[in-house]
Ligand binder design. Structure first.
Ligand code: MG
Length: 249
């Protein structure tokens, strides 16, 4: 594979796909509350996608059985919605992808269910900030390693760890295009960033160690040490100036 530069017309469609994806995620995020089943969130994802005329991208992707990934507390990513009930004090990571007119949007957020511990709130804010610092570093003429390094430095300066085994990625007609965008790395290394590149940046941050463990369903990814995890993601486009965030509701 190689990196695909998008035309202005393609970016226009991706802007629309991004807005739709973010709008569905916004409804999902506001639906998280103690007592709701994760399967109910999946139903909401399906219904909201229909309103936009979009197709949830994760369903059927490598056999994933649901419309949205719902990962709770020590689950980092790829949690399958089901009978699990969200409890007061949980933090809930929602990752959602939508295909519209042949293009993909991909975005994630971690939200609190009711009152959560201060550490959990701080983890959420740190992960949000890590994504912001990655976006700031994503500029024409810089390199992927500049994004990776910005994310890693932001997270580690606050005493948390970035997950290494799962990364951000290029995105366009396919959900996963080149290049990979790790959440750790060295400035000035990796592929060159050019205007028209579109990427999903997605820091996954833990309160403990960065190592992960795959669940028995072969999907859900846990922190190996049982610590809490948060996940934020935006689909962005490289421009001549600051990167444009495409997944805004
Ligand atoms: Mg992604």
């Amino acid at each position: 594979m190689s990196i695909i530069i998008k035309s202005d017309r393609e970016l226009e469609i991706m802007r629309h796909a991004g807005k739709a994806t973010a709008s569905v995620l916004k409804v999902l995020a506001s639906s998280v509350q103690p007592g709701i089943k994760t399967s109910e969130l999946d139903e909401i994802a399906s219904a909201e996608s229909l309103k936009w005329g979009g197709k949830p991208s994760f369903k059927g992707y490598q056999g994933f059985p649901a419309n949205v990934c719902v990962s709770i507390n020590n689950e980092i990513v790829h949690g399958i919605p089901g009978p699990a009930v969200i409890n007061e004090g949980d933090i809930v990571s929602l990752d959602f992808g939508l295909e519209i007119e042949g293009f993909q949007g991909d975005t994630a957020v971690t939200v609190a269910a009711g009152n959560v511990k201060k550490t959990a709130l701080d983890l959420i804010e740190t992960t949000r900030g890590a994504l912001e610092s990655g976006i700031k570093a994503a500029r024409n003429g810089k390199r992927v390693g500049d994004i990776s390094s910005a994310i890693q430095k932001y997270v580690e300066s606050r005493g948390y760890a970035v997950v290494r085994e799962y990364t951000g990625h290029g995105i366009g007609r396919s959900m996963h295009e080149d290049p990979q965008v790790p959440n750790f790395g060295t400035t000035g290394t990796g592929p060159l960033l050019k205007k028209g590149m579109t990427m999903a940046l997605e820091p996954m941050v833990t309160t403990g160690d960065w190592r992960t463990r795959l669940g028995n369903d072969r999907w859900v990814v846990y922190t190996a040490d049982g610590s809490l995890a948060a996940h934020f993601e935006h689909t962005i486009a490289i421009t001549e100036g600051e990167a444009e965030v495409l997944t805004l509701a």
